[in-house]
Design a protein around this ligand. Sequence first.
Ligand code: SF4
Length: 305
Amino acid sequence: MNRQQLIDEILREKRQRDVCILAHTYQSPDILEIADITGDSFALSKAAAQVKNRTILMCGVRFMAETVKILSPEKTVLLSHKNATCPMADQMTKEQVLAYRAKHPDHMVVAYINTSAELKSVCDVCVTSSSAVQIVRQLPAQDIYFVPDQNLGAYVAAQVPEKNIHLYNGCCPVHYQVTAQDVLDEKARHPGAKVAMHPECPPEAVALADFVGSTSAIIDYILHTDQEVIIATERGVYDDLRYRHPEKKLYQLLPEKFSCVNMKMTTLQGVYCALSGVSGCEITLDEQLRLQAKNAIDNMLAYGG
Ligand code: SF4
């Protein structure tokens, strides 16, 4: 099948099987084009709970499909590629959190939404990169254990100095690679450009950014500025914006490094195979675990996240 035939088949299968396709912004332009809804992970999960379709196909990584299942247990949730996992989400186990809690019963455990359902099930509250500062500031505990991303945790600690933030040493292997020198070099190449960076990048690089925010916040920032922007996050954001807004002057920091192999596992062929039941995988969760994980997400929403 050529590309157009493949797209036609995907759209036919999608209609026939009553499927809604969600695609994370880090997916390739091909996948974003055939998706019903695009966005960052939590926005997609919330949107999935509102749609009428019986089946959701998540084009992203496993923790995102699990979050959809946590919020929409009555729906069949499929992941586009069975091996698409997030290395950061797999860097910490439930047992490590439980051991920490046993030692520090007065600390609250805050989990980045980029974690497995199992890890969420033993944490007090989830946060997204856009809500982390606001939520941590409101928590009743003085001591906070922030897991698993040490860079997002360090960013929160800098914004909320009144709390004692204890960090786990996890990180996103994609965002972790950027150095302060990389930022200085790119700024020297484009002296008039602003730097928009994701807080999963190391603190010394974040300190040089003009704007720090989540994937959605970076997109919003770019859409509302006339200035040139250097983008320091996964290159799916750059690729999508270049496609939709060719008039904007955008530069991708470290284009070779800022690509998540797990996010890019999904192809049009893979989507077709997942829809027709040849590959992909269905997400199932034990009901008690789902409810415990949902509790951390509900707490996030209660704090306005
Ligand atoms: S970009 Fe980083 S946090 Fe996002 S899925 Fe890839 S490894 Fe995980």
